[in-house]
Design a protein around this ligand. Structure first.
Ligand code: SAM
Length: 183
């Protein structure tokens, strides 16, 4: 397991479409949270629905996951790049994850960019790493899960997701949930 230093790992969702992407964008943020990112940034259509879902899940299941809308994602990337934040772009056209991941520093702030309808060419140029999870088209949710799990490794869920209303207790056969609401 690679030890994650206290740095900020942000997932940037490009090109969200309010009429088509509600569910997948919502799942993308939940996947970012579950697999160790600190924040998801929504861009594209201004849609409160995924932001509400992410806040609600964090309140119920704990942790300090943050989310917000960003009207100018390319400005965000340009500024972050100048400040030394690592930019990782997940794209089926990129270099294989197995080759890229060992070179991506875990001890620096990073933005992981996932696309939507159309990814601007500048994203390929501004990114420090264009990474593919297999060279076939699939889903941004699948790509993000595989990438984060391979890069960050297993996370300590007890410490990361403390402070919520509920804690899920892993079980082979039963559904065990502790409620902290009246504690
Ligand atoms: N048609 C879009 C385009 O112009 O690139 C791709 C749509 S795809 C469903 C949405 C996003 O999923 C991509 O921008 C990329 O971030 C991610 N994705 C899909 N397949 C991937 C792969 N094999 N490796 C890495 N990321 C992938």
């Amino acid at each position: 397991m690679r030890e994650a230093a206290p740095t900020r790992k942000t997932v940037l969702r490009l090109g969200h479409r309010i009429d088509r992407d509600k569910r997948i964008t919502s799942h993308l943020g939940l996947t970012a949270r579950a697999f160790g990112a600190d924040e998801v940034v929504l861009s594209g259509d201004r849609d409160p629905s995924p932001l509400e879902t992410w806040a609600s899940v964090s309140e119920r299941f704990g942790g300090r996951f943050e989310s917000r809308f960003e009207p100018k994602p390319m400005s965000l990337l340009r500024g972050a790049s100048k400040e030394g934040t690592t930019i990782v772009h997940l794209t089926m056209y990129g270099e294989p994850a197995a080759e890229a991941i060992p070179r991506i520093p875990i001890d620096r702030d990073a933005i992981i960019v996932v696309g939507g309808s159309k990814v601007p060419g500048e994203v390929f140029r501004i990114s420090d790493y264009n990474v593919s999870i297999g060279s076939q088209p699939h889903s941004e949710v699948a790509a993000l899960a595989v990438f984060l799990n391979s890069w960050i490794g297993p996370i300590d869920e007890d410490s990361r997701f403390s402070g919520g209303e509920f804690t899920i207790v892993p079980s082979e056969r039963n559904k065990i949930v502790i409620s902290h609401e009246e504690e």
